[in-house]
Structures are given as structure tokens and as C-alpha cells.
Write a protein that binds this ligand. Structure first.
Ligand code: NDP
Length: 247
């Protein structure tokens, strides 16, 4: 489905980003794998991806820093020849009730999740505009749609990503660039591993499909949005949440 395509995935060393990298590689895309810190997990993932017969380029950088984002995109194009699909996946949480939330916890979540997305989109846009094609997939969250007590910083960043997605979808549609957002619900990764078991159990019973999601559930939608199957879809926010937020 993605043979001949080049995809850049931010924050790709674990969780949802890793699942997307594997799914894209299984479908033939060459992968630029953004990471912050070199470690054994990264080396193992690179080997795993290379076994699928595609080119893999690890690109170090912090998406919250504009110069890093510019360099990440530049190294991708220099190393793999072009950029067809950008997946803005890197994200962090720093939860707390608003009354106790520190300014730096608000700023760092906004800077990584929202500004990080802006940074890489800005860096990738000129390349995709020249190509007159591209797919941008931004990972938002259901809490960007419905909010969540204790996550005002994170919800604001994820709601911001939805506004950003819709605006740039309008700006870039005429250039053959599709921009969509995925809103995952409760997906089992390191990010949600830290939550109390009681909360996970109560989530499970309240979700219409009666189970938590896996990173691969999100990767399946990313594959569709990264492929030509989604050519007439832009500016959409699609939930992968077991029915949690259905209207
Ligand atoms: P993880 O915490 O498992 O992984 C996050 C990844 O992002 C890590 O690879 C991390 O790198 C990377 N990262 C964080 N900050 C930066 C940065 N500034 N620059 C580059 N990379 C960075 O999270 P998930 O896989 O669960 O989440 C992936 C995305 O999905 C996030 O945007 C998250 O908000 C979103 N999401 C997740 C949900 C869930 O239930 N899990 C639900 C809804 C949305 P490092 O290893 O260096 O920390």
C-alpha cells in the first residue's frame, strides 16, 4: 500500500509511533524514525524495520525545538530522497488539577504536543507543496474533543492540534496535501501504563467495545490515512476509541 513512499514518524521509538513505523514498513514505506535519546530499544527497532526490506533512517531531535524540527525534515529528505507522509505522534502528559498545575507543566505539554506539531508541519510544508502531494497525520486525542479532569494542559494541546489540522487542511488542499487527525481513546502504552488498575478496569466497562485499544488499532487508521485510499479525505478527526466518544 505504501511502496515507494517515504514516511517520517515523530516520537517513533515506542508505543503508537513504533506501531505506525512497523505497519508502514510492512506496507513498503521507507521510514525516517525520529527519536530523542539513542538507546537499545531504538537499535532493536531499526533492526526490526530493516528486516522488512525497507530503508530506515533514525533522525535524532526534539520536536518542541523549531531548529530540530527543521533538521529532522531536512535529514529525512537528504537521506531518503523525499517526504510523502508526516506523522506527528510525539507527545507527553504532565497531569494535574488546574489549581495545582505548574506553569512549566502547562508550557512543556503545549510545546511538545501542539508547537511540536506546528514545527514539523511548517518544516514539511514547503517540500510537500513543491511535490504537490503529501499526507499529514496528526495524533490528537479524544480528550481534545471532550476534555478530561486533570488534563487541562494535555486536552488544550490536543484540541489545538484539531484546530491546526483543520486550518492547514484548508490551506494545503489545493496543493494535493491531505491533513487529518487521529483521536485515540485509551490505548495500552507506557503513557497509560502508569494509571491505576482501578481506573483502567472502570474505563474498560464504560467503553462500548468493552476493551482498551492497542497501538496497532491506531496504526491501522494511520495506514489508511497515509495511503491513496484516503485521497478524498481531509480536515477530519477520526476517533479510534472503541466507541467511547460516539455522539
Ligand atoms: P509513549 O509515551 O509511549 O511514547 C511517546 C513517544 O513520544 C516516545 O517515543 C517519546 O520519546 C516521544 N517524544 C516525547 N516528546 C518528544 C519530543 N519533544 N520530541 C521527540 N519525541 C518525543 O506515548 P503513546 O505511544 O501512548 O502516545 C503517542 C501519541 O498518541 C502521543 O501524541 C499521545 O498524546 C497520543 N495519544 C495516546 C493515547 C494513549 O492512550 N496511549 C490516547 C490518545 C492520544 P522518548 O522515548 O524520548 O520519551
Amino acid at each position: 500500500m505504501l511502496k515507494g513512499k517515504v514516511a517520517l514518524i515523530t516520537g517513533a521509538t515506542r508505543g503508537i509511533g513504533k506501531a505506525i513505523a512497523l505497519k508502514f514498513a510492512e506496507n513498503g514505506a521507507d521510514i525516517a524514525l525520529n527519536y530523542r535519546r539513542d538507546n537499545e530499544d531504538l537499535k532493536n527497532l531499526v533492526r526490526e524495520l530493516e528486516c522488512k526490506g525497507v530503508k530506515v533512517l533514525p533522525v535524532q531531535g526534539d520536536v518542541a525545538i523549531l531548529e530540530d524540527a527543521n533538521r529532522i525534515v531536512k535529514e529525512t529528505v537528504e537521506g531518503l530522497g523525499k517526504l510523502d507522509i508526516l506523522v506527528n505522534n510525539a507527545g507527553i502528559t504532565k497531569d494535574g488539577l488546574i489549581i495545582r498545575m505548574k506553569e512549566e507543566d502547562f508550557d512543556s505539554v503545549i510545546n511538545t504536543n501542539l508547537k511540536g506539531t506546528f514545527n514539523t508541519v511548517k518544516a514539511a510544508t514547503s517540500i510537500m507543496m513543491k511535490q504537490r502531494s503529501g499526507k499529514i497525520i496528526n495524533i490528537s486525542s479524544v480528550v481534545g474533543l471532550v476534555g478530561n479532569a486533570g488534563q487541562s494542559n494535555y486536552s488544550a494541546s490536543k484540541a489545538g492540534i484539531i484546530g491546526l489540522t483543520k486550518s492547514i487542511a484548508r490551506e494545503l488542499g489545493g496543493r494535493g496535501i491531505n491533513v487529518n487527525a487521529i483521536a485515540p481513546g485509551f490505548i495500552q502504552t507506557d503513557m497509560t501504563e502508569v494509571l491505576p488498575d482501578k481506573l483502567k478496569e472502570s474505563m474498560e466497562t464504560s467503553i462500548p467495545l468493552k476493551k482498551l485499544g492497542n497501538p496497532e488499532d491506531v496504526a491501522n487508521l494511520a495506514l489508511f490515512l497515509g495511503s491513496n485510499l484516503s485521497d478524498y479525505i481531509t480536515g477530519q478527526v477520526i476517533a479510534v476509541d472503541g466507541g467511547m466518544t460516539m455522539n
